[in-house]
Design a protein around this ligand. Structure first.
Ligand code: NAD
Length: 302
């Protein structure tokens, strides 16, 4: 018995890194898994079907149920085909884990249009498109009077929540994913769908060079906090039927830590009851800032 028996799960970008760990963990808890991966290099170039196929083989070797998908999740029609593949192959769809991602790190002042477009495309469209088609499917089931327990699990990042030096486009995209999650949760709850996001930290090709010390492997017998598999149990639980009351949240998850990001909220304010003169604004803003909670520092700043 697993906590995701009979659940059908899509994990995007599941050919390596965090997505691979999520796919293996869902399969180990009884889910049938669509292992999606375009098999690209870290910057999004050179597609290959090898990584997704390898993970499918791993899942099958462990006695699980999986098929591969090489769809580009950021392409609207490809994302629709991926959703249809799950329905045609496994007879339905319960969980979409949006995880696929790329990076093109550069200081903001040097960043180029093509880098912005590539990063925003894969992260923002690559999250919106699969969930949008899944939501259509869940709405049609709900309208037909069938039970729906749909789950959208998005992948934001500390960069999206706090900002990260040399990752302006990536931070903007990951911040957009956090906001997207809030709207999905608010709109889709009435048809039985939850939406949550994670901000993970783990050793993958995305982090092993950029954060060498933090990501270093540890010796035998010591808890390897940066193993990507440590992130997956939270996702598996969020994908299960048991998490129906949890929606619209961003979880920070790393090693043995599960945290809730508290996000933007209304802070101190002052209402003059009339339009401000520009010359009056400075002192009011400084008074309000003195009352407000200090923002968490941007990653890599200072
Ligand atoms: P990774 O590079 O190992 O895996 C990303 C996978 O996404 C790759 O296998 C790649 O082929 C696939 N992919 C890229 N574009 C795709 C597309 N258009 N369609 C389908 N697949 C595509 O990186 P990772 O570290 O495992 O990252 C997974 C997710 O977690 C990403 O969204 C990343 O931004 C996020 N994240 C990772 C960390 C971390 O510490 N590793 C921290 C914060 C956020």
């Amino acid at each position: 018995m697993g906590i995701c028996d009979d659940r059908v799960v899509i994990v995007t970008g599941a050919g390596r890194g965090l997505g691979r760990a999520h796919a293996l963990a869902f399969a180990a808890e009884g889910a049938s898994v669509i292992v999606n991966d375009l098999g690209v290099a870290q910057d999004g170039s050179d597609p290959s079907d090898t990584p997704a196929n390898q993970v499918v083989e791993e899942i099958k070797a462990a006695g699980g149920n999986a098929v591969s998908s090489n769809h580009d999740v950021a392409d609207w029609n490809s994302a629709a085909e991926m959703i249809q593949l799950a329905i045609d192959t496994f007879g339905g769809l319960d969980v979409v884990v949006n995880n696929a991602g790329i990076v093109r790190d550069r200081m903001f002042v040097n960043s180029e249009q093509a880098e912005w477009e590539a990063v925003l495309r894969v992260h923002v469209m690559g999250h919106a498109a699969p969930a949008r088609h899944a939501a259509s499917y869940w709405r049609s089931r709900s309208k037909a009077g069938e039970p729906v327990s749909g789950r959208i699990i998005n992948t934001s990042s500390g960069a999206g929540l706090m900002g990260s030096i040399a990752q302006a486009a990536y931070s903007a995209a990951k911040g957009a994913i956090a906001s997207l999650t809030l709207v999905q949760a608010a709109e889709l709850g009435r048809i039985g769908v939850t939406a949550n996001a994670i901000a993970p930290a783990a050793r993958t090709r995305m982090t092993e060079d950029a954060f060498k010390d933090m990501m270093a492997e540890v010796g035998e017998g010591t808890f390897d906090a940066m193993d990507p598999a440590n992130v997956s149990p939270l996702l598996v639980w969020l994908g299960s039927q048991d998490s129906a009351d949890v929606t619209g949240r961003v979880f920070e998850v790393e090693g043995g830590i599960i945290g809730i990001a508290e996000g933007f909220r209304h802070g101190p304010r002052f209402d003059k009851g009339a339009r401000w003169e520009p010359s009056e604004v400075g002192s009011v803003v400084r008074d309000l800032l003195a009352e407000a909670i200090e923002p968490t520092p941007v990653y890599g700043a200072g």
